[in-house]
Design a protein around this ligand. Structure first.
Ligand code: AMP
Length: 291
């Protein structure tokens, strides 16, 4: 496994690759969620490129860009072990050299949910991912369902801008007790880590009542809200029940719906989601999850 920084070195390594190329974009500080994407990519592609880049344009000035955890040496060891072929860890000067002025913007699907709370976020995500796609020229790109709106936005971009690649979406990896893995979990102290279980508890409740026949979004949302009432350390920013493609809110669930949420535990903002009407083994009863 090689590690490169510059665009020239990346292109040289890419030109030597034969067979399918998979790309796994990350911001580093890798955990088992990231590694599950890499392992899926290794299964499907002869070559697996992992990008590690904390992209400044997707953070607002009040967010955690400066404090976002970074550890390239540890990441490289984990990626080597997982079977990645190449790591691309560009600098800001490589990605946004002086004079940079081009951005990619996806319209409607970026205006709701995370986009409503973080208005400049997806413009940064689509811009950097379009640059990664252009540079790496992958056949397949691997993303986590953990960032459900990111998947919807990038899938739209791939179609609209004719990127010649397949988007592969991998399931959310959770701790045994239900907490979705996230690099931001490192901000939580022991009590907050315990309080953070309320997110998966609420999702599990939503799944239970949906499976028992409830189709009215408001009823499902109010059951979830009750669960949050029992956890004073959690401040809910939004709970959404939305169409899985447009991400617009639905009042009544016909077949499937995305239940997603953003919740503050102290200063740490956590997101989580599940798709009702689709199996979610890590959340359903048979998983043996301790909730
Ligand atoms: P990030 O480094 O947070 O930008 O995440 C890089 C990729 O890993 C994104 O496609 C995320 O959706 C995915 N990811 C992050 N956490 C998880 C998780 N717990 N399970 C599965 N995929 C994840």
């Amino acid at each position: 496994m090689k590690i490169v920084q510059t665009l020239e070195d990346l292109r040289e390594e890419r030109s030597k690759m034969t067979g399918p190329v998979g790309l796994v974009p990350t911001m580093g500080f890798l955990h088992a969620g990231h590694i599950s994407l890499v392992k899926q990519a290794v299964k499907e592609c002869a070559n697996v490129v992992v990008s590690i880049y904390v992209n400044p344009t997707q953070f607002s000035p009040t967010e955690d860009f400066a404090s976002y955890p970074r550890d390239l040496d540890r990441d490289a060891a984990l990626l080597k072990e997982a079977g990645a072929t190449l790591v691309w860890a560009p600098t800001d000067a490589v990605m946004y050299p002086s004079g940079y002025q081009t951005y990619v913007n996806v319209e409607d699907v970026t205006k709701v949910l995370e986009g409503a709370m973080r208005p400049t976020h997806f413009r940064g995500v689509t811009t950097v991912v379009a640059k990664l796609f252009n540079a790496v020229q992958p056949d397949k790109a691997f993303f986590g369902q953990k960032d459900a709106q990111q998947v919807a936005v990038l899938s739209r971009m791939v179609k609209d801008l004719n990127f010649n690649l397949e988007m592969v979406v991998c399931p959310i990896v959770r701790e045994k007790d239900g907490l979705a893995l996230s690099s931001r979990n490192t901000y939580l102290d022991t009590a907050q880590r315990q309080a953070a279980l309320v997110l998966s508890r609420a999702l599990r409740k939503a799944r239970e009542i949906f499976i028992n026949g409830e189709r009215e979004s408001q009823k499902i949302r109010s059951e979830m809200e009750k669960i949050f009432t029992g956890e004073p350390a959690a401040k809910v920013q939004y709970i959404s029940i939305a169409d899985t493609q447009s991400l617009l809110e639905v009042e009544w669930i016909e077949t499937q719906a995305l239940v997603s949420m953003a919740v503050y535990i102290g200063k740490t903002r956590l997101i989580d989601n599940t798709i009702l009407g689709k199996p979610d083994p890590a959340l359903d009863k048979s998983s043996g999850l301790v909730l």
